[in-house]
Design a protein around this ligand. Structure first.
Ligand SMILES: [Zn+2]
Length: 411
């Protein structure tokens, strides 16, 4: 197969460049793992793999900022429970998972991601060696973190730190450009303060990103208040976990405080999971106003129940409106915020040379069909239709690191 792909005559290209331009009827040339040209006159050569995109929209590959991939084997388990009770059930079942279970769940999830146009995911779980194997087989780009939980026990803390060190060493030893480690303490209410402090230090010393569940429920805020005598957001700030951190959920964080002290965390909005487990509704308006970096995630299938990031955008957009019903932001801005939250914002958080379409950027691309939910779209309506009309069934092709990893021949 050629390592040069020509996406010819793309009906729309959502560039996500600094001017957020939408190009019409231009072509994209990919060589190796990079985009090398975006232009209206690229001539096809003999060794090019030419893809006619005249009925497609090409956008930067979707980046999912929060998942637990092995949970795909638990789709629909423990329904109707709120987070605390749900976790009790899930933890019991997770304790019984074999290596094979973790591998099969991960393989299923990565497959689902790729079919949904997701080119990168940030994952937290255990038995990382099995997840790694499944990720490499699928061709996805992934950040894999071992979810540390010490439940305030010193012996357990030492074990969890040791496990994280092993996982980082394992992933780095593979030297695979698609897979990177991430330091992943599970949450402030399942990790001791010392483990959280160690996590920050270890991440910084080894130049690894850090991702943690934070502010998912009111109960977590109350527990931190009782345990550490501080409001959760201030507690996180006091141990260096606001800046340069990826915070999953963030429903119950104090965004006025974040704005006041000028911290810039990445907040990963997971609307389906938060609504299903009745954890609350993140006020996206507050997140944007605070200067935080808004990103989007599916969370695991056990609390979602799918990995359709395009569908997640619609739910997030609806919730955004609930919280700013007086209409301080026009719809057109909300659409753009959501497109940013799955492309350029997460790329920035992950320090990835991706998230927008330009010469020199990584060739991670999602190609959608204009013959299904996006039919009759114009330059003016395409963003609104991607946010409100599209779902994973509109994904025609997914390209990761310059390779076609998924193609829907029916579209
Ligand atoms: Zn989670």
């Amino acid at each position: 197969m050629s390592d040069k792909i020509l996406l010819r005559n793309c009906r729309f290209i959502i560039t996500q460049d600094s001017r957020r331009r939408i190009l019409e009827n231009k072509s994209i040339l990919i060589e190796g793992n990079r985009i090398i040209k975006v232009s209206s006159n690229i001539k096809a050569k003999k060794d090019y793999d030419v893809v006619d995109c005249s009925e497609n929209v090409v956008m930067p590959g979707l980046i999912n900022m929060h998942s637990h991939v092995p949970m795909n084997i638990m789709r629909g388990w423990a329904p109707g429970l709120e987070l605390k009770e749900w976790l009790n059930q899930i933890f019991k079942r997770e304790a019984k998972l074999t290596k094979k279970d973790v591998y099969l769940g991960s393989r299923d999830a990565f497959n689902e991601f790729i079919k949904s146009g997701v080119t990168t995911t940030v994952d937290m779980y255990f038995k990382i060696e099995e997840i790694y194997k499944a990720a490499v087989e699928s061709g996805i780009r992934a950040f894999l973190g071992y979810g540390m939980i010490d439940l305030f026990n010193d012996d357990k803390k030492a074990l969890e730190e040791g496990r994280t060190k092993e996982v980082v060493k394992f992933i780095r030893s593979k030297n695979n450009e698609l897979i990177q480690p991430i330091v992943s303490p599970h949450a402030p209410n399942t990790c001791s303060k010392d483990l959280l402090i160690w996590s920050r230090k270890f991440a910084d010393e080894n130049k690894i990103l850090l991702g943690i569940h934070a502010g998912e429920t009111k109960g977590e805020v109350e527990l931190i208040k009782r345990k550490h005598h501080r409001e959760l957001t201030r507690f996180l700030d006091s141990i260096g976990l606001l800046d340069n951190s990826i915070l999953f959920h963030g429903v119950h964080l104090d965004y006025n405080y974040i704005k006041k002290v000028g911290r810039k965390p990445s907040i990963v909005h997971c609307p389906s999971s938060n609504l299903k487990l009745k954890s609350g509704m993140l006020n996206v308006y507050d997140v944007v106003r605070s200067g935080s970096n808004l990103c989007l995630g599916t969370d695991g299938v056990a609390s979602n129940n799918n990995l359709d990031l395009l569908e997640e955008m619609k739910i997030a957009a609806m919730l955004f409106k609930v919280h700013q019903i007086e209409g301080r932001f026009k719809d057109v801005f909300i659409d753009q915020f959501l497109i940013d939250a799955v492309t350029i914002n997460p790329a920035k958080a992950l320090k990835l040379n991706a998230g927008f379409i330009k010469e020199g950027k990584l060739a991670d691309l999602t190609i959608l069909s204009l013959n299904n939910h996006l039919s009759n779209s114009t330059k003016k309506t395409i963003l609104n239709n991607i946010v409100y009309a599209a779902n994973s069934s509109d994904v025609k092709t997914t390209i990761i690191n310059g390779k076609k990893v998924y193609e829907n021949k029916c579209l």
